[in-house]
Design a protein around this ligand. Sequence first.
Ligand code: WT7
Length: 646
Amino acid sequence: MSKIYPVPAAFAARARVRKDDYARLYAESVRDPAGFWAGVAKRLDWIRAPTRIKDVSFDARDLHIRWYEDGVLNVAANCLDRHLAARGDKTAIIFEGDDPAVSRRISYRELHAEVCRFANALKHLGVRRGDRVAIYMPMIPEAAMAMLACARIGAIHSVVFGGFSPDSLAGRIADSGCKLVVTADEGVRGGRKIPLKANVDEALTRPGTTSVETVIVVRHTGGGIAMQAPRDRWWHVLMEGQAADCPPEPMGAEDPLFILYTSGSTGKPKGVLHTSGGYLVFVSYTHECVFDLREDDVYWCTADVGWVTGHSYVVYGPLANGATTVMFEGVPNYPDASRFWQVIDKHAVTLFYTAPTAIRALMREGEAPVKKASRASLRLLGTVGEPINPEAWEWYHRVVGDGRCPIVDTWWQTETGGILISALPGAIDQKPSSATLPFFGVKPAIVDTDGHVKEGACEGNLVLTDSWPGQMRTVYGDHQRFIDTYFKTYPGMYFTGDGARRDEDGYYWITGRVDDVINVAGHRLGTAEVESALVAHPKVAEAAVVGCPHDVKGQGIYAYVTLKVGVQPSDALRKELIEWVRKEISPIATPDYLQWAPSLPKTRSGKIMRRILRKIAENQPDQLGDTSTLADPSVVQNLVGERLVK
Ligand code: WT7
């Protein structure tokens, strides 16, 4: 039996969604989805209110997902203009720099003006409705401004995480044919500089990137960079003389808002496409309900805008709700392990949302750095990105939240746009490590490997049997891949790629990915991506990559490498290959272990048996399972004998 943390009394009384509301509203939302979501859509300002609410089929032969189809709106106007009358002077963004001496508050009025000016600058450079714009930026307000400016003129942004390599950036630019790149001279994290502009320069030498006409550069650190005329333009120079008003482009609810690349189990990263109306309804409503948002809250989500959490719950959700959102440029342990808690005190943060990996890393530093700050302003804590182990949950609750703040463990994905399974803090009792119950309108189910829906308490693969407004609509440029990836495994259902357990109270417990995706410190990576980076090295013949348990990161990366004939393994070569992967993809993808594999375990038809490699990496050599289909069983014994330990 797991421990239950009941809704705190202080929450129960004042919450946005109360105890007796949840069951009633949930039942209503799944009985009449169109009626329910028609009501929720009224929270936005529509240029033309939608009358056709939901038109969805999960049948692979006729797949379509449309919400609010005939509605017309502008996302940026909903995040800015409509707040000006009542909240013009309210702080929209609190920027907290990597350097603790640097912070800045931007009001809704100021943010509106800056976004309009940048939108005008984009138009002046020839960016039109439907054009793609890459944003490769540090966590600075200009990143949010660039996103909102795109939304204002109907351009589609593609934010690429600033930690990605020139090659990764180039691949994403090429896939969606971006016309313009917005970047900064350099980023800074934990006192270390990241050469963003130099990376863009390198990316644009790669094939397939000639669609880029202009690079806009924010002067952030003032570090020396090369500007190439006429391609490169300074942000501050472009902004001079731009008008501070720019009429918002009327967009159809189903017009694209952004593309965000994410890793899958096969091939290159997929361009997940989200559209305007349903996405904004969903992220603003989930943000309000899950975080129990009130007018005077100071909300801080530590995610980078390079990930979906940064899109939905740093920028779009909070701003659509007229909230004050913190943008943090730095890292949890700089200048020291007290940084998060110092920032909470400094800006009187009330709602705090971060990743389990950060909690586990800070937990290692003990309670003293936490106790250095009062954290008196906090009233709610949240987690996202990976399963949180009970020890980390308890520590977050007892030490960070002083036992008074409820925790919302929010399960969702880049594809889902927003939170699908989470406690509502005033309505749903928490159980440590369980994401608890589905949000309104969300219909999860657990299926066995044949796709049969299981009832009651059970374990299996997690699917969603109906749509929600924030669902992705397609893979950019490859609709067939969208259908094949998500709707073919279990016909008529959206397959999440996650395993889950449901307990006797109907609570969901996410057990992790069941496909070849690994979750390293909350960052999603395809094992195939790391493998193709490794085999791109001239000395590597073959590689297989699996996840392995890691105390802080949740999962680490375990790589098996077969060298080309005649190449001798050495520690120097191991280091070289690890460094190679960092450079090819990103430091996130750095292998934790790299084991030489004279050969890999394969079936007689030549398929690598990853299941076996996973067990070896997990140090469970006695649980290899059926090995009778191996072409050469001695291969496995060799690998077990040579397993790496740190
Ligand atoms: C995968 C999605 C959700 C935005 C950030 C990650 C895992 C996410 C939880 C959670 C257990 C979680 C799943 C999911 N995941 N949240 N609360 N508990 N697992 O988005 O990069 O698209 O990754 O993250 O495995 O499928 P993403």
